[in-house]
Design a protein around this ligand. Structure first.
Ligand code: NAP
Length: 484
């Protein structure tokens, strides 16, 4: 496979929160990898901005260390790193005050792509947007990248949309969900819409159910205080898992264009049925030899926040009526896995003996680890002994099929930042989509708060609470085992 790097126009990218954890672990190493791939123009400039008193040399040292820590050894080339760092500078800016804004206004070039990455706490998104406008730093073509969380309910998300809209048009706002930047997520669209094979079967007539799992092995650790105000529903379902559900369930857009794709995703969210309490299982991890319980991690002994959630969702439209989508996500589970699993129905009638066994096709779309797809098809077990059926994988792991270069796919952040520079919003959430997702999740959260529901305690290293297994057992189904 020959890798193609599409050049982008030159740009000035300001990273507010340029000294923070996300910038250090993801954004800056990602930009270096794009530089290395030859995608970053040599006159593009990156400006780190935060309150800390640093000079350019200090910032370059900070970024050099981040590259050392978060870029694989085979990609660390001293000369290339030095050339990349030359394109970086730093400015002390206070998002809530006056410091640095006039300097930023003179520093930023007006005749190239301008992008402003808000890699700061959500409480500062509005302050930065307002000042970019007030100090006449941004113009009609500038882009802003807004991190998660985008609100904590419909009201706050709507208020944030309004604040941003006062200074920027929707076509300038890039609400990031890094799940959408994953190679496999885009492949899901390619598989569905570039093959004649799947789409005719992609409906309730042929698909029994869909499972979407995002499981983590780590607990809430040091960010327990923040997480406790959020929980798995707000932190993961409302954004990441709902986005994956939308891409799996949406109608074919008329073209691969930002609004056409986002219109279709929005229709899915609007077609989701309200949930009843029986559709929801919430959990909190207990303690074990490897770590404290959720209650200890959150330092809130009375916490009713969930570190695990499983949901049974129905989409009321012609395509999906009767096919449930089961979503689950949690912390301190058995393995770190993100996957969408599509279970097809069994054949309506088997021409083979009962002994041959009955089988159904299963398509697994893996986001991590090892991005790829796997389709289980049924064949005859080789050899004598009559007609015995067996499932075999049609494995579509990218590296195997497309050569080693395919293993080197850009990280989600790299791809998304380059999409910002290119001005392509397809993989970013639109304001109405985010609000629709909150409109669906808010009453669910309000419901369990009103009932005073307590999450069920589950064993760390397990698949979550027993009740989550029962959620599928009641329907005669079972979860795919969580394994990496
Ligand atoms: P962080 O480590 O706490 O960094 C915050 C950054 O913002 C620092 O550079 C800080 O530097 C700067 N800052 C704070 N107050 C400021 C102000 N008044 N004016 C200007 N700069 C200010 O946070 P983070 O983990 O990088 O997260 C940043 C954003 O990304 C958050 O919205 C978070 O939810 C989101 N996010 C993070 C991750 C992750 O893995 N870390 C993942 C997904 C989403 P000074 O204190 O020197 O100003």
């Amino acid at each position: 496979m020959v890798s193609r790097v599409i050049p982008v126009d030159t740009f000035d990218l300001v990273i507010f929160g340029g000294t923070g954890d996300l910038a250090r672990r993801k954004i800056l190493p990602g930009l270096y990898r794009r530089f290395l791939a030859g995608q970053m123009p040599t006159d593009a400039r990156i400006v780190g901005a935060a309150r800390g008193a640093l000079d350019d040399a200090g910032y370059r040292k900070f970024v050099g260390e981040a590259i050392e820590e978060f870029v694989s050894e085979k990609k660390r080339d001293k000369k290339k790193i030095a050339a990349f760092l030359d394109q970086l500078s730093y400015l002390t800016v206070d998002a809530r005050g006056t410091a640095g804004w006039k300097e930023l206004a003179t520093k930023i070039r007006k005749d190239c792509v301008q992008a402003f990455y808000f890699s700061v706490g959500p409480g500062l998104f509005g302050d930065i947007a307002t000042r970019l406008h007030k100090y006449k730093i941004a113009n009609d073509t500038s882009r802003i990248v807004v991190e998660k969380p985008f609100g904590r309910d419909l009201e706050s998300a709507h208020a944030l949309n309004e604040v941003l809209a006062a200074s920027f048009d929707e076509h300038q706002i890039y609400r990031i969900d890094h799940y959408l930047g994953k190679e496999t997520v885009q492949n899901l669209m390619a598989v569905r819409f570039a093959n004649v094979l799947f789409e005719p079967l992609w409906n309730a007539q042929y698909i029994d159910h869909v499972q979407i799992t995002v499981s983590e092995t780590v607990g809430v650790g040091g960010r327990g205080g923040y997480y406790d105000k959020s929980g798995a529903m707000r932190d993961m379902i409302q954004n990441h898992l709902m986005q994956l559900l939308c891409l799996t369930a949406m109608e074919p857009p008329s073209k691969f264009d930002p609004d056409a794709v986002r219109d279709e995703k929005l229709k899915v969210i609007r077609a989701l049925d309200d949930l009843v309490p029986d559709d929801i299982v919430r959990g909190q991890y207990g303690a074990d030899a490897d770590g404290p319980s959720y209650l200890e991690d959150s330092e809130n002994p009375d916490s009713r926040t969930e570190s695990f959630i499983a949901l049974r969702c129905h989409i009321s439209n012609w395509r999906w009526k009767g096919t449930p989508f089961y979503l689950r996500t949690g912390k301190r589970l058995k393995a770190r896995v993100s996957e969408i699993v599509v279970y097809f129905k069994e054949t309506p009638h088997s021409i083979f003996d009962e002994d041959a066994g009955s089988h159904a096709n299963v398509l697994t779309i893996r986001l991590q680890p090892d991005e790829g797809m796997d389709m289980r098809v049924t064949i005859k077990e080789p050899g004598p002994g009559g007609m015995r059926l067996v499932d075999v994988p049609l494995d579509m792991t990218f590296a195997d099929a497309l050569g080693p270069e395919a293993k080197d796919v850009p990280d989600a952040y790299e791809r998304l930042i380059m999409d910002v520079i290119r001005g392509n919003q397809t993989l970013f959430m639109r304001g109405d989509e985010v609000e629709a997702a909150w409109r669906w999740t808010d009453p669910i959260i309000a419901g369990w708060q009103a009932r005073g529901d307590k999450p069920k305690v589950y064993e760390p290293g397990s698949s979550g609470p027993e009740d989550a297994l029962m959620l599928l057992h009641q329907d005669g189904r079972r979860w795919r085992e969580i394994k990496s």
